[in-house]
Design a protein around this ligand. Sequence first.
Ligand SMILES: NC(=O)c1ccc[n+]([C@@H]2O[C@H](COP(=O)([O-])OP(=O)(O)OC[C@H]3O[C@@H](n4cnc5c(N)ncnc54)[C@H](OP(=O)(O)O)[C@@H]3O)[C@@H](O)[C@H]2O)c1
Length: 339
Amino acid sequence: MATHKALFLLEKQGSLAIRDVSTPKPGPGELLVEVKATGLNPIDWKIQAYGLFFTEYPATLGIDSAGIVKEVGEGVTRFVVGDQVLHVGYFNNRQATFQQYSVVPAELTAKLPSNLTFEQGSSIPIALETAAFGLYSSELPTGPCGAGLTPPWQAGGRGKYAGQPIVILGGSSAVGQQVIQLAKLSGFSPIITTASPRNADLLKSLGATHVVDRSLPLAPAVKAITSEPIKIVYDAISLKVTQQAGYDVVTPGGTLIIVLSLEVDKNAIDSSKSIAQVFGRANYESSVFKVLTALLESGEIKPNNVEVLPDGLAGIPDGLERLKADKVSATKLVALPWA
Ligand SMILES: NC(=O)c1ccc[n+]([C@@H]2O[C@H](COP(=O)([O-])OP(=O)(O)OC[C@H]3O[C@@H](n4cnc5c(N)ncnc54)[C@H](OP(=O)(O)O)[C@@H]3O)[C@@H](O)[C@H]2O)c1
């Protein structure tokens, strides 16, 4: 495997095309993974459309993968060649996942249990990590990046928030589905989420207790469900309109978690309400990868429904267009780099 195929963004805000590229060696603490399935994320089309993150081109995109460990770097003890794994990628050509081989830090990797396919596995990593960061991380030097709750996999964390309501905006998004499942493990109740009504049964199967039609005003709908103060609102969509609705609903002393830049009017922010902005993979402290295999085996964390795109890497550009046009509902689009 001296070379392999990768999908490249040829220039800033340019077009995507498949090229051969040298297969890298994993460094200390890293794995080389044969990418069997890669999930598409909104950030991939945003990088292409807005010219984000990359300064050098051609650039390879993609931040979600499931595959097989092909080489193990120095010092790695948790994985051996042949292990089936799922992992996050990153915005550089070694670690991006729209290619046949990707390098990843072992600590951002988990073994894929036998009850999941590669396609299902590739729907999970960045969405789950973003969900976990928002709920369980706390301060970064840049400011709050999460609500600082106790994770369910730490002592005293499981069920800790029993009897406390949580509101999750955009429950059918990939991130939202993982927030619902973590909220359930943390004990929150009721778990109130917004989505299109057609996705209500799916979200209830993941742990939502109430699914509010996302076209309705949020505050009265929440008031009709609970009179308890809402201390945690996770806005998995984070458009201006959803951030404002979430900000209005969160109680003083509570936290609104957002996944994009702040859109609430800065001059109107009440300092008693905390706003935490998540940057998935902003640091390596996410402990979720150490416990992920067990959570997947037990079914406590489930993958998204997946749709496999035709034509391998060549099918990705059309998939990104569909994401950009907001035409994907409660589904992870997945490409198979070897197809
Ligand atoms: N900060 C980070 O580190 C980080 C990491 C990952 C993702 N993100 C960002 O998080 C956002 C979600 O990503 P994703 O991959 O989870 O998205 P996704 O799965 O592609 O989102 C699709 C879903 O969004 C829902 N939706 C759209 N507008 C909505 C609204 N106004 N209210 C409620 N639901 C709405 C749709 O719901 P229905 O079909 O039910 O209507 C659809 O199911 C993106 O902006 C992404 O860039 C940030």
